[in-house]
Design a protein. Structure first.
Length: 429
């Protein structure tokens, strides 16, 4: 009997990628093979994104392509919570489940493609099946979010915060390191809130008690001897406690904090922390404690009700904060988001024009920041021959370091000789 093969399409953010890895790991554990193309698959799973309109369109298109090329499609992921929309566009899909629902996906697979009789569980490594290169991996520490930002519908898709047991997180991290992973990218919807939902209860790892909280997690990960990079961090007071770990070299001096805006009124409309001056003071304090820290953030331009004066506040903040890595999105009226009900909608033309002005300003800041690294020797993790990343560069969202040579998956020292707005260029030391 032929071994059943499953095709897989994974869309969306790193958190969705981790969901995909778990589904693929379970498929492998049960003896299914992964097909490299539509033609060789007995069934296709599409893990969707549904955060903004463009992502919805991409997901619906991917489902349509899978149906056209294969015909047997199971849909999962964030867009899965909008079953009526999917069924309306693609009524022939076999099943639809929501995000982080591996059991639901497997149930659908079992129904339409019976599992093999003799699964070779021992062929699946401890780390499961990964969709990232062998030398780095995403480590998801929690699911869901307790915030109700008016521009976001993630809580309606993924629910409230649910922290993973710290012993389980640390065991996964150790398995990854033993398998050769050199960089752990810590992700969640709200990384610095880790443990809030379980009141920071005591867990166990390696036979020792350990508190389920952000600082203890960072300390424990810092003992593994690999790069540890923090993503999706809210600027809670607890963040101040991990800066010394960065200064000591225990974890990477890198913070991904989505500030979103700087105007107190707009931040209030967004239901975000609304004290830009305190944020600036903390940024200065972080840099004083850890001069090499890299701060990445994202912002929204053209939020409903945003005036030109309030957008100027945002530009002023950007000039004063001198952030290292920045992304800016023109506000997108996501279906179901409370912000769509706010008065003073900004036209699409103005939203895009403000985004452009914002990024032009940041381009100059980024170029200056990168130029200051000329002449320095940086430790670089090689992703491809001649392309790597320093401690300041997260995969796929930040710039890279370009040079000749280097072994993929290994560290090398690179002397920086020139730069542009995004990348550094140098030679192996």
């Amino acid at each position: 009997m032929a071994v059943p093969k499953v095709g897989f399409v994974s869309l969306g953010c790193p958190k969705a990628l981790v969901d995909s890895e778990r589904i693929l790991t379970q498929l492998g554990a049960e003896g299914y093979l992964t097909a490299p193309d539509y033609a060789g698959a007995d069934l296709v799973i599409v893990n969707t994104c549904g955060f903004i309109d463009a992502a919805v369109e991409e997901s619906l298109a991917a489902i349509g392509e899978a149906l056209a090329e294969n015909g047997k499609v199971v849909v999962t992921g964030c867009l899965g919570v909008r079953k009526d929309l999917i069924k309306g566009v693609h009524p022939s899909v076999l099943a639809i489940t929501g995000p982080h629902d591996t059991p639901g996906v497997m149930q659908a697979v079992h129904e339409h493609l019976p599992r093999p009789h003799d699964p070779y569980v021992d062929l699946i490594p401890d780390i499961g099946i990964k969709l990232t290169p062998r030398h780095y991996a995403y480590l998801k520490i929690s699911e869901g979010c307790n915030h109700r930002c008016t521009f976001c519908i993630i809580p309606s898709m993924r629910g409230d915060l649910v922290s993973r047991p710290i012993g389980e997180v640390m065991q996964e991290a150790e398995n990854l390191v033993r398998a050769g992973v050199k960089e752990l990218l810590v992700i969640s919807q709200d990384t610095s809130a880790y443990g809030v939902d379980v009141r920071y209860r005591t867990g166990f790892h390696g036979g020792k008690p350990i508190k389920t909280n952000f600082q203890q997690l960072c300390k424990s990960l810092g003992d593994l001897g690999v790069w540890v990079r923090l993503h999706y961090v809210y600027p809670y007071p607890s963040v101040d406690d991990v800066i010394p770990l960065m200064a000591e070299g225990r974890i990477l001096p890198y913070l991904d904090i989505p500030f979103q805006h700087a105007s107190p009124r707009i931040l209030k409309l967004m239901k975000r922390p609304a004290a830009a001056e305190k944020v600036l003071a903390r940024i200065h304090a972080w840099r004083k404690a850890c001069p090499d820290i890299t701060i990445r953030s994202t912002f929204i331009a053209g939020f409903p009700g945003e005036t030109e004066a309030e957008f100027d506040e945002l530009l002023t903040f950007l000039k004063e904060a001198q952030l290292d890595r920045v992304g800016c999105f023109a506000y997108s009226p996501v279906e179901g988001a409370k912000a769509n009900e706010l008065p003073g909608a900004v036209s699409e033309e103005v939203r895009e024009e403000r985004r452009r002005r914002f990024m032009e300003l940041q381009a100059g800041i980024s170029a200056k920041k990168l130029k200051s690294k000329m002449g320095r020797t940086l430790k670089v993790l090689v992703d491809e021959p001649g392309i790597g990343r320093s401690s300041a560069d997260a995969p796929e969202i930040d710039g890279v370091v370009r040079f000749k040579g280097g072994k993929v998956g290994e560290f090398t020292d690179v002397v920086i000789e020139r730069s542009d707005q995004h990348d550094l260029f140098g030679r192996v030391a």
